[in-house]
Design a protein around this ligand. Structure first.
Ligand SMILES: [Fe+2]
Length: 259
């Protein structure tokens, strides 16, 4: 499920094409990119590299802009940076972030997110992934009723002025599923029955030992990036230990892989 590529300026085009070939294979879902770049130039490096395999969308958000409904900046890159002066924002906290998809509330969200690493904490802070196929297998064993509810009911997600209505788990064909879920963006306009389904699913993701065993984790080091198929995985973050602002610092953008 997880592939790794080394990249440098001289081989951008070849590596981009290799990533696109690998992207077409169903089983490949998470792509780790290794470079020797560090510091402030990393965004430019990856922005240029992205041109070899896709297009970055301007969907960034910034907590300094306003509340959760008004954070869109219409820029490409957004910070995922430890800064305890911002309260109630996973992007700036050191706590674990529950499993979710990034495009849950954005109808035109592209097929991937990319994050590149300026700095990471010494302990913790791994990005975690759960393949939707593993999720479905766990639910089949643990709670078929909940699985069927998630496959059949439409849920509204909303945030930052955007609204998206989808099934949480969408079955495309026999063994092919897509997922769309962020508990904190589930709209209060969903009826009480759906709100309690979403809570039940969220609790299951947070507490199931079966799910924990299926989670894969990736620890980024400075210069690395990771990109993944947003609709085919849930992702989140392990908690980490940090004492200073920017001790863990990733730049993140939404990108559509493919040309
Ligand atoms: Fe995310």
């Amino acid at each position: 499920m997880i592939l790794e590529f080394n990249i440098n300026e001289n081989t951008f085009q070849n590596t981009g094409e290799n990533i696109l070939d690998a992207w077409k294979k169903e089983q490949n879902k998470v792509f780790i990119l290794k470079s020797d770049k560090t510091g402030d130039d990393i965004r430019n490096f990856y922005e240029f590299f992205c041109k070899s395999f896709g297009k970055i969308y301007e969907l960034a958000e910034d907590v300094r802009k306003g509340d959760r409904d008004n954070q869109r900046t219409n820029e490409k890159w957004m910070e995922v940076r430890f800064d305890p002066s911002f309260k109630d924002a996973y992007r700036h906290s050191s706590s674990e972030q529950p499993l979710h998809t990034d495009g849950s509330y954005i109808p035109n969200f592209p097929n991937a997110t990319l994050m590149c690493c300026v700095a990471n904490s010494k302990r913790g802070g791994e990005t975690i992934f759960l393949d939707v196929n593993d999720l479905v297998e766990c639910l089949k064993q643990d709670d078929v009723k909940l699985l069927n509810d998630l496959l059949s009911e439409d849920f509204v997600h909303e945030r930052s002025g955007d609204k998206r209505t989808e099934k949480i788990i969408h079955q495309l064909e026999k063994n092919k599923y897509l997922i769309n879920f962020n508990y904190y963006c589930i709209s209060k306009t969903n009826n009480p029955k759906k709100l309690s389904m979403a809570k039940k699913f969220f609790d299951y993701l947070c507490n199931s030992d079966k799910i924990k065993k299926k989670i894969k984790s990736v620890k980024l080091t400075p210069g690395d990036a990771v990109t993944w198929k947003d609709r085919e995985l849930l992702h989140g973050r392990n908690s980490f230990i940090a004492s200073e602002s920017s001790e863990r610092f990733l730049w993140k953008c939404a990108v559509n892989l493919g040309k």
